[in-house]
Design a protein around this ligand. Structure first.
Ligand code: SF4
Ligand code: SF4
Length: 456
């Protein structure tokens, strides 16, 4: 590991990937803050880990930043009201990913009054810092939704020497991180310094795809500025614009040359990876004490009248967001929460915006037409395209035939569902969908094995 501790002058080679169009239509559009939101719905499960328990009651007065849900579980993050107003109801709802959770419905009074108890956290130690990050409600803003205080609490015995800042933003259409850099660059560098001091690392690499030349230029100027980077530990590494450059393990390989073992974590190879918007949020939180209540995201796609980046209160219904972007200009054939490669198709447009959402995309009927799903011709293209060195065609066959041993042997759980195999398949097979089925089979099997162990 020590030998690699130089700053790379160019990215390391990575395997696989797929050619997808960039379509960064909104990269030059300044973000618009939308506040005309009559009602928000705040789900208790907006992260990986234990859901929160509702901490308010119907009729309660809440402010922007008031805690409305929390739990004692370590892998979790509190949720806060994103508007000031009154708790209208506590409901049970199904999220787009199928998770059933409680949610707090709040009627906004339109005033956006800040909770009077909010103040910047006092941070004098690493413990204070981790406590503050937890209290802020921060989860990975790049889409994963992993609680940030857990990620930053590196297990004992793991030595971290590199902080990687993920600004690749490789999914087509999405430009929210790009705009974060251009509109909030002070916070990006300030957040990087806060995190690097806590981790005690001597090297920070910001990975940015080359299709964001203005962001690269700005970040380089800041990193070269002695006041912004007094320890001279931050470097910007322009990356090839290719999907999935922003996937955590791909980014680690491209920026450090290190390979995370199957089933392993970035900390196994001395790295912590943070999304660029997450570090910027940490800086803002340390300065103001305002928890995670707003989200910047891209609204785009062939069915949207005025594509743009917006900053909205968390819990805003998707249909309100679309209205505020001029509505649909054509019949919507497909609505996605997230990018076209990894996003989740929405079955209704009343779903609330969650902390980790970075895009809402709506496509017209023509663009929404789906693949035919033919038979495998054994060309091997899916194998070449897989950045995780998997054999997608074999995993799919095993999933369809319920072959648990084969699914395990072929490391099915390592699949990050990037969709590269599906994009390159000449037979237009539904590979990712079938691999998800394989993962579900393995999760069920793990539950059965655990149950059998408990009985013993
Ligand atoms: S098998 Fe999984 S990780 Fe590999 S290309 Fe397909 S979706 Fe991506
Ligand atoms: S790319 Fe498609 S057709 Fe080719 S081997 Fe993979 S699944 Fe079969």
């Amino acid at each position: 590991m020590e030998n690699n501790l130089k700053f790379p002058t160019k990215p390391f080679r990575t395997k696989g990937g797929a050619k997808v169009p960039h379509r960064k239509n909104t990269a030059q559009c300044e973000s618009v803050v939308l506040t005309d939101i009559p009602e928000v719905v705040i789900p208790m499960s907006q992260h990986i880990g234990a859901p929160c328990k509702v901490a308010v009651q119907k009729g309660d007065k809440v402010f922007v930043g008031t805690v409305v849900g929390d739990t004692d579980a370590f892998v979790s993050a509190p949720v806060h009201s994103s508007v000031s107003g009154e708790v209208k109801d506590i409901i049970t709802m199904t999220l787009p990913n199928g998770v059933v959770t409680e949610a707090v419905v709040i009627t906004s009074d339109g005033l956006f009054e800040k909770d009077p108890d909010l103040k910047p956290p006092v941070v004098e130690s690493k413990e204070d810092f981790l406590k503050a990050v937890r209290a802020s409600g921060l989860v990975g803003l790049g889409g994963a939704g992993f609680p940030a205080h857990v990620k930053l609490n590196v297990p004992k015995g793991k030595e971290i020497d590199t902080l990687l800042i993920n600004c690749a933003e490789c999914e087509p259409y999405i430009t929210a991180d790009h705009r974060e850099v251009l509109e909030n660059s002070w916070a990006v560098m300030s957040g990087i310094y806060a995190v690097k001091d806590i981790l005690g690392v001597k090297r920070v690499i910001i990975g940015v795809e080359k299709n964001k030349p203005d962001a690269i230029k700005l970040l380089k100027e800041i990193a070269d500025n002695e006041k912004a980077d007094p320890d001279d530990v931050v470097r910007v590494l322009p990356l090839k614009s290719s999907y999935p450059q922003g996937a955590e393990k791909v980014l680690i390989k491209a920026t450090t040359g290190r390979v995370v073992p199957a089933g392993g974590l970035p900390s196994d190879v001395g790295c912590v990876v943070m999304n660029v918007a997450s570090v910027a949020f940490i800086a803002d939180y340390l300065k103001t004490g305002m928890p995670l209540v707003r989200k910047r995201l891209t609204v785009d796609g062939s069915a949207i009248r005025n594509p743009r980046n917006v900053i909205v209160p968390i819990g805003t219904p998707v249909n309100r967001l679309i209205e505020l972007c001029g509505g649909y200009k054509e019949e919507c054939g497909k609505l996605l929460m997230g990018g076209p490669m990894m996003g989740i198709a929405l079955f209704e447009d009343s779903a609330p915006i969650l902390k980790q959402n970075n895009a809402i995309l709506a496509f017209n009927v023509k663009d929404a037409s789906t693949a035919k799903g033919g038979s495998c011709i054994r060309c091997g293209k899916c194998v070449d395209a897989c950045p995780m060195n998997l054999v997608p065609c074999t995993i799919v066959r095993a999933a369809k035939n319920n072959q648990v041993d084969v699914l395990k042997e072929y490391n099915t759980m390592t699949c990050m569902e990037c969709g590269c195999c599906t994009v390159v398949c000449p037979a237009q097979r539904y590979l990712v969908q079938s691999i998800r089925l394989g993962k579900a089979i393995l999760r069920e099997e793990a539950k059965k094995e655990k149950g059998a162990e408990v009985k013993k």
